[in-house]
Structure formats: structure tokens, C-alpha cells
Design a protein around this ligand. Structure first.
Ligand code: NAP
Length: 324
């Protein structure tokens, strides 16, 4: 099925996507958001309290924040489709977007805000026990490990947050981090250190996850300094080692860097293709905050509006005919 040509399509529904849609909607462009079939709302939907998004001095639950953003986008005329983009064709002046449901959407301008997905450890047993002990989301799965030994892998804010959250369920929570120093902010590290249910194993990497028919029960470890190997009991293994950008569906349509992040022109959200803009964690490997994603979504909407102000579908169609 093929749709009419939209002014703007936003791919993704995290803070960047919803913010872009709010701005485009207020400017009268009635954006279409392709929100993702399984994970609309992005990573914040799997977060508990968000304490650092300005405007909420008492904090706000991640899912509530995203629900507010969705409602705000719809209030200004955004339409939402819960579908996954499988491929794109940005070669012509009208951009084509194909989805899992078999629909082809067309747009004068596209904003890509597909964020990132959980990075995997890549060790034996990780995939085998995924969903049977290995998890990437403490708020989703913590409950299943009540009074069981839990490990959290990683040394960033996510690992600290997950360890703190999981300490209310597990019989023990051990944070395993490959270095001595943490990437996490001091306040998050201090909170985890002060928590009597959390212990740390530093300079340590996970080499394998093992278990039986009931699920994972042990992880194999290696000390990165001494090379000594050991194993500890663990029924819940929460991997919190960062993210990789969700840009595989773009293939060669726009320029990506070696790690798959979308390349944008300095000081803009312009990608390598005119009329295609990008914002949020699919672009940003440094800041990765909800507020910085929202800010970049705003910038992408303003860049797209500027592009739309000079775009003529008739001229584009004429050029396409001439080039045949
Ligand atoms: P991150 O900051 O990229 O940290 C990833 C951690 O995993 C690092 O400690 C890294 O070790 C480790 N790691 C990476 N690959 C590994 C591997 N293959 N094996 C073992 N360890 C590995 O990711 P994040 O913690 O998910 O945070 C992402 C962003 O979200 C950050 O900007 C963070 O501040 C933000 N965040 C904020 C909050 C909050 O404020 N409430 C909560 C969660 C996340 P190295 O340090 O050695 O590289």
C-alpha cells in the first residue's frame, strides 16, 4: 500500500522524535511519526525515575514523560503509526520509507531519530540464556530474580542505576566492571557504594554465562590485571554496557560512521542527503541524554521546516522526469 506524500515523516519515538513532531506539528506540517511496533517511546519507557529532565523538580517516571510527549505531539496534529521501518530510498526528491507491515510511506522530508539499542557482551551463553537469566532491562525483569543472586555488568550510569534498582530484589547484587575507574557520574557511583546490598568486582570481565534447563546460574570471570579466572553464582545477569545506534535499516541511504552513527554536517542536523535530517542517540555518541536528544529533535524540526519552505513537489517531479 502506498500513501500520499507527507510534508514530514519522523522515524522514531524517543525524546528526539516526539520533540521534532511537536515543532513540526505547531508549524502546521502534520508530521507522521513511525513509532516502532514493539518499543514506542524509546529507552525512557524502560527507565524508572527521571530526575534530571528540567521542569520536573520532583522527578517523573520515564514512561509518564514519554506518554506526555506523545500526547503533546498528537495535540499539535502529529499522526502515529506503530510499525517498524525495514528499508528506505532517499535517492529521489520524494523520500520513500518501507515498513514491516508492507506499507510504503512518502515524504518531502524525513527526520531519523531511531536511537540506539542495548550493546551485547558477545560471550558464549549470552544469547542462549537471554530471557532465561540474561537481561538488558532491570525494570522489566528485576522482579523475576527475587531473593536470587544478581550481577550487573558495566561501569556507566545505567549499571549503577540498574544495580540500585535491583538491590531491592536480589539476595545479592554484584557489579562487574572491566576497569578500576567508573564512567558513571559520581553521584550514581556513591549511591551504589553506599548501598549495603551492592558489592563490586573491578578489573573483571565476563567470559561465559552457563546454566541448565532452569536458566542461567553461573558466570565465568577473568581478572584483567592478574589473568586469574573464577566463577560466581548468578541467576540474573543484567548487561548494562551501553548502546549501539539503530541505523541498520538505512544501509547505504545516508552516510554513517564506522560504528553506525549517522553523520551530520557541523552545527546542523543535515545528513548527507538533502531533506533528510537526524537527531538523538542515533547521531550522538557523547551526550546521550533525554534532554539533549529532545534539543536535537527541535533543531532537526527547524532544519526540516527551512527545507520545506523552499521545496516544491512540482519542481521535484519535473526534475525527476528530466533525469529519466
Ligand atoms: P556508557 O556510559 O557508555 O557506559 C558503558 C559502560 O559499559 C562503560 O563503563 C564501559 O566500560 C562498559 N562497557 C562497554 N562495552 C563493554 C564490554 N564489551 N564489556 C564490558 N564492559 C563494557 O553507557 P550507559 O551507562 O548505558 O549510559 C549511557 C548514557 O545514558 C550516559 O550518557 C549516561 O550518563 C546516561 N544515563 C543517565 C542516567 C541518569 O542520569 N539517571 C541513567 C542511565 C544512563 P568503560 O568505562 O571501560 O568504557
Amino acid at each position: 500500500m502506498t500513501q500520499d506524500v507527507h510534508d514530514a515523516i519522523v522515524i522514531g519515538s524517543g525524546p528526539a522524535g516526539y520533540t521534532a513532531a511537536i515543532y513540526l506539528g505547531r508549524a502546521g506540517h502534520q508530521p507522521l511519526i513511525i513509532a516502532g511496533a514493539l518499543t514506542p517511546g524509546g529507552q525512557l519507557v524502560n527507565t524508572t525515575e527521571v530526575e534530571n529532565f528540567p521542569g520536573f523538580p520532583e522527578g517523573i517516571l520515564g514512561p509518564d514523560l514519554m506518554e506526555n510527549m506523545r500526547a503533546q505531539a498528537e495535540k499539535f496534529g502529529a499522526e502515529i503509526e506503530y510499525d517498524d521501518v525495514t528499508s528506505v530510498d532517499f535517492s529521489g526528491p520524494v523520500k520513500l520509507i518501507n515498513t514491516d507491515s508492507g506499507t510504503q510511506y512518502k515524504a518531502k522530508t524525513v527526520i531519523v531519530t531511531t536511537g540506539s539499542e542495548y550493546r551485547k557482551l558477545g560471550v558464549p551463553g549470552e544469547q542462549e540464556y537471554s530471557g532465561r537469566g540474561v537481561s538488558y532491562c532491570a525494570t522489566c525483569d528485576g522482579f523475576f530474580f527475587k531473593d536470587k543472586p544478581i550481577v550487573v555488568v558495566g561501569g556507566g550510569d545505567s549499571a549503577m542505576e540498574e544495580a540500585d534498582f535491583l538491590s531491592r530484589y536480589g539476595s545479592s547484587v554484584t557489579v562487574i566492571h572491566r576497569r578500576e575507574g567508573f564512567r558513571a557520574s559520581k553521584i550514581m557511583v556513591d549511591r551504589a557504594i553506599d548501598n549495603p546490598n551492592i558489592t563490586f568486582k573491578l578489573n573483571t570481565v565476563v567470559t561465559e554465562v552457563t546454566g541448565d534447563d532452569n536458566g542461567a546460574n553461573t558466570i565465568e570471570l577473568k581478572d584483567t590485571v592478574t589473568g586469574q579466572v573464577s566463577s560466581i553464582e548468578a541467576n540474573g545477569i543484567f548487561v548494562a554496557i551501553g548502546y549501539t545506534p539503530q541505523t541498520g535499516f538505512l544501509k547505504d541511504a545516508i552516510e554513517l560512521d564506522n560504528d553506525g552513527y549517522i553523520m551530520t554536517k557541523p552545527d546542523t542536523t543535515n545528513t548527507s542527503v538533502p531533506g533528510v535530517f537526524a537527531a538523538g542517540d542515533a547521531v550522538d555518541r557523547v551526550y546521550r541524554q533525554a534532554i539533549s536528544a529532545a534539543g536535537s529533535g527541535c533543531k532537526a524540526a527547524l532544519d526540516a521546516q527551512h527545507y520545506l519552505s523552499t521545496f516544491s513537489l512540482e519542481e521535484a517531479a519535473e526534475k525527476a522526469v528530466q533525469s529519466i
